[in-house]
Design a protein around this ligand. Structure first.
Ligand code: TPP
Length: 804
């Protein structure tokens, strides 16, 4: 035990602290044991617990202060309990899948049990004061996925410490940059690339992170020898050890059952991180997993007899008990009486959680059985009696709404032709339960509060007779300068973004003017550039994370898909990342500089917005809109558009392009051509040529793909032209299929079409290098011309005779 601990508290307070710790670790252990049984009996479907890892987490919790942040994983039950955010009752509610947010505040059971998260947002979408609470960012089941965001969580402390003026104005987000970002990870997950990328980035940035590795020797059944060089992650990490200048990490190896050493390790790491922003890695070895990985299988299958014995002998609670006895802190009787209280307490908590979870479902069951009975009294449906018997039986062991809803819906189909008043009662019941469960399970994919980007009013770019034509990148550059002047939280970072002002000079001069802490170069590490943005945005900053080219977004796609896009949904509106991802894509030259994988982005990132501006004025307008909101979004600039001339608006920095609003850029009457991004110019060119051939095209730029045409303007055009062609440069069945589904199905355009709706996309393979590679792969003006002409040929072969 450290001197600091001893000198500050009395002997009796010290004893109480140790006994409280003992009680807490025992509660976590006991709740895991009972939870495991609940899964076996079918009350829960999957259980993963914190047993064997408790003691180190208690030590960590002692240095975790209000305002600090956690990026952890499913083993942290003792840590979350020690931070006062978790109890056995919470654990059982989560295990049962109780959707009530007051009982399962991490996610309302949208997540598996023991995936933790603190609420950062109020119900109206405004931020809570994060300096008055222990903050846990929302866990994910994907291993190591907490590491990209760790970079930004820790970096925010540095940004705030370097900018005292900014910090002063953000009291709910920082206390002078003193906050630490704590990460936890299992030993095997350290084999993931995200871990190494984040460790390197944090070391380069020298930001206050404390990384704890919970090492129990295995990743499910696979031992360290298969996971890690030398079977030892801290041995491999030793190159990151800090040097005499303090660069790098403090790296400590400590045993997971050695209470005094654990406390000392965390006290030292805290001091370094909080005072000097020096990061630490604490490799906690000799941890155990007394009941195996999860409820999915038993560890006897893969652990040797010796290892199983080790798990018993070196169990951290057993060793803690021995230490307490050896030091004479408490007697065996005192500990036994705590054990007894713990058993009774956890049992009571479990019962409460179950009763509260089942109560509303049982009420609904009573209601539906009454409806079933009254229908059975009037219509001869022999199955009803059996259903009621089964449902009543389920109610004794564990009832889910799906049990009675599947019967109720089936029954409605069976009495469709009966003329009885109970039909309406049944229908109303089904509608009500569906509506309530929509709220529980289908809401909050997007932010619908007043902080949503959809509430930002349009401000059109304005011009006067003196407005000059400039290279389009100038519009972006000048817009960023205005934005950074007006919004002190704005930051931008990425590869080549700092010193040279971006590969296309869109942020030229920005670093010189606003400094390295707001405008910075990063290493080549897309996943953690995205993660940096996630972490910074969760800490009250307004980051723009730059992916140098759209094709390399795939390296950063995992945090986009799993973290950003699902965050608001999976926390039931408790957390959000106001992060803008800036990139450039569509056609240019070469396989990895010409991609336009919109289908992939759209399918993977539901929960984010996707802006596909046709020029840099529109791109700048999207940045201005998004900066006013809390929503995460990606903006894809046209790679081939930076040197194209555009008129410089005179309200630069002020104009805002609304999300989900299409723009008709050419009016016509024969066919509606829908497109976006770089193909827009090509379609406009083709429309001009089609006009000469006597075909009048209406051209619509979708502007954003998510959200998509919120006011359904496209169908209004189809009502007029009765023909529809969607053009982009994704693979066939990618972005165009998405757009077609929106227009034909959601907007009901089917009813107004006189010709089959069609799509024109790029070829299915990657675009090859060179001007001809582009021409023979991606839609050209001639391709659009011929496709439209062919559609018109079908309408009138005499007026538009076949070309080929
Ligand atoms: C990216 C990813 N791959 C695989 C899995 C499946 N999986 C869940 S836990 C686990 C083992 C993790 O071991 P370790 O990192 O040592 O943590 P522990 O569970 O032992 O604490 C695996 C392979 C996953 N959740 N995520």
């Amino acid at each position: 035990m450290s001197n600091k601990g001893k000198s500050k508290i009395s002997k009796s307070d010290f004893k109480q602290m140790i006994l409280d710790d003992y009680r807490l670790v025992s509660e976590v252990r006991e709740s895991g044991a009972l939870g495991r049984r609940d899964v076996l009996s079918g009350k829960g479907t999957f259980g993963i617990f914190g047993d064997g890892k408790e003691l180190a987490q208690i030590a960590l919790a002692k240095v975790f202060r209000k305002g600090d942040f956690r990026a952890g994983y499913y083993r942290d039950q003792a840590l979350m309990s020690a931070l006062g955010q978790y109890s056995p009752k919470h654990m059982f509610s989560a295990l049962y899948g109780d959707p009530d947010l007051s009982r399962e505040p991490s996610s309302g059971s949208r997540q598996m049990m023991n995936h933790f998260g603190t609420r950062f947002l109020n119900d109206d979408g405004s931020w809570r004061n994060l300096m008055e609470q222990n903050n846990s960012t929302s866990d994910m089941a994907c291993l190591a996925s907490q590491f990209p965001r760790l970079v930004g969580l820790a970096q925010a402390s540095q940004v705030y410490r370097d900018n005292p003026e900014l910090a002063k104005n953000k009291p709910g987000f920082t206390n002078g940059g003193n906050e630490i970002a704590f990460a936890t990870i299992g030993n095997s997950s350290c084999a993931e690339g995200h871990f190494w990328e984040a460790v390197n980035a944090i070391g380069v940035l020298q930001v206050p992170a404390i990384i704890s590795i919970w090492d129990d020797g295995y990743g499910i059944s696979v031992p360290n020898e298969v996971q890690m060089t030398k079977s030892d992650v801290s041995a491999v990490l030793s190159g990151f050890q800090n040097d005499e200048k303090g660069k790098g990490y403090e790296i400590v190896k400590v045993k997971g059952w050695d209470y005094p050493s654990l406390i000392a390790a965390y006290e030292k790491a805290e001091k370094l991180a909080r005072e000097k922003h020096i990061p630490s890695i604490i490799h906690v070895v000799e941890m155990t997993q007394p009941t195996g990985h999860s409820t999915s299988g038993s560890h006897e299958r893969y652990k040797s007899k010796e290892r199983l014995q080790f798990e018993i002998d070196f169990d951290c609670i057993k060793k803690f008990t021995e230490w307490i006895n050896e030091c004479g802190i408490a007697t065996a009787d005192e500990l036994a009486s705590i054990d007894k209280e713990v058993v009774a307490f956890v049992k009571a908590q479990k019962k409460e959680a179950w009763t509260e979870f089942q109560a509303p479902i049982k009420e609904e069951l009573k209601e539906v059985i009454a409806i079933f009975n009254s229908i059975a009294a009037q219509v001869n449906i022999p199955e009803i009696a059996d259903w009621i018997k089964d449902l009543n039986q389920s109610a004794m062991f564990g009832l889910f709404r799906r049990h009675f809803m599947s019967k109720a819906r089936m029954l409605l189909g069976m009495i469709a032709n009966e003329n009885i008043s109970e039909k309406a009662t049944l229908r109303n019941f089904i509608n009500r339960i569906n509506a309530e469960n929509y709220q529980r399970y289908n809401t909050k994919l997007y932010n619908t509060t007043s902080t949503s980007a959809l509430n930002v009013e349009e401000v059109k770019p304005t011009y006067d007779e003196n407005s000059e034509e400039v290279d389009a990148r100038i519009i972006l550059r000048d817009n960023f300068h205005h934005m950074f002047d007006a919004i002190p939280e704005a930051m931008i970072f990425g590869e080549d973004v700092g010193k040279i002002g971006g590969v296309n000079q869109g942020v030229e001069g920005l670093q010189e003017k606003f400094g390295e802490s707001r405008v910075s170069d990063t290493g080549i590490r897309e996943a953690t550039i995205i993660g940096q943005g996630i972490g910074l945005s969760l800490r009250g900053l307004k980051p723009i994370a730059e992916m140098q080219y759209l094709d390399y977004v795939i390296y950063g796609f995992q945090p986009m898909v799993d973290d950003i896009a699902s965050l608001h949904y999976r926390t039931h509106g408790g957390q959000i990342t106001p992060l803008i991802i800036r990139t450039r894509g569509h056609r240019l030259e070469g396989i990895w500089h010409s991609g336009s994988p919109m289908g992939m982005l759209l399918n993977g990132t539901k929960g984010m917005y996707l802006c596909v501006p046709r020029d840099m004025t529109r791109a700048a307008g999207f940045y201005n809109t998004l900066m006013q909101s809390n929503d995460p979004a990606m903006v894809i600039e046209c790679l081939n558009g930076y040197r194209v001339k555009e008129k410089l608006p005179n309200n630069i920095g002020e104009f805002r392009v609304p999300l989900g609003k299409v723009e008709t850029t050419r009016e016509g009457s024969d066919i509606t051509l829908v497109t976006y991004g770089s193909t827009w110019r090509i379609v406009m060119d083709a429309a001009e040529k089609l006009e000469r051939a006597g075909i009048s095209c209406e051209v619509i730029d979708t502007q954003t793909l998510e959200p998509f045409d919120l006011s359904h303007d496209i169908v209004e055009s189809v009502k007029k032209t009765n023909r529809l062609l969607v053009i982009d440069e994704d693979v066939p069945g990618g972005g165009t299929a998405y757009i077609l589904q929106k227009i034909v199905e959601e907007q009901d355009a089917y009813n107004y079409l006189d010709s089959e709706p069609q799509t024109l996309a790029a070829k299915s393979h990657r675009p090859p290098y060179g001007a001809d590679g582009d021409y023979f792969t991606k839609p050209s003006s001639e391709d659009v011309f011929e496709k439209v002409y062919e559609m018109m040929n079908e309408v009138s072969p005499t007026k538009y005779p076949s070309l080929y």
